[in-house]
Design a binder for this molecule. Sequence first.
Ligand SMILES: [Zn+2]
Length: 262
Amino acid sequence: MSGPDAFRAALAALDLPPEWQVEVAIRPRRRKTGIQVNPGGGVAVLIPPTAAPEQVARFVGSHRRWITEKVDTATRLAPDHAVKEFVDGEEFDLLGQRYRLQLVDASPAGAAQLPLITSDGVLSARTQRPELVRRAVIGLYRQVGLAWLRREGRQYELDGHITGLNYAVRDLGRRRWGIYEGPPKHTTTLHWAVFGLPLRLIEYVLVHEQAHATQPSRAAHGHAWKRRMYLWMPDWQHRKAELAEVGRHAWLGDPKSGVPST
Ligand SMILES: [Zn+2]
């Protein structure tokens, strides 16, 4: 027995909880054994080629408590994203307001182009295939979000002496809410789905990225960044924790029955 099997056998002898779904991965460039708990709770043991199976088993065995805690957190915070149906009455949150979807055949006379939101909580979109309604709604989030971002981002540009900053709103996938890219891009980008979160969390994502933009070349979340965060948003850590919890239920564009291929 050699390679991964030898490590699996050594770990099996530890009688670890089956829900940990322990996997072994030989990592040629590692010098020390490591343990990684993946989102959702799976455990990966990262093994350097030089390690002996009993050594690795001892290491994992001595970290049982640590793994238990990490798996617990990862399972508790596993994503559980909202899904939407593109039918009359479906609810959409945008910039802290709730809207009911209303499918219409044409734009109300004189009104701007569809889709549009009204102050009485209606999101009007043209009646068409659900996938196209979905895209139109996401387009609305991007458009409304970008206008908000440009308006609200400005105060931090002034206060933080940030010049020439660009803004963008797009899909950043399932793991990131925002990103600041340094020069030459010098751009603060927010995921369109951020704008479906409560306002205080939208603000947190914005301030987080603007704080990066004040220090384009410094360590990402170092002292200077933290100082800036406390200055601009004294309760930022609280909001960050709230985002971890609320964010995992956020609507990331998923339709109720899976994305049809088009
Ligand atoms: Zn950051």
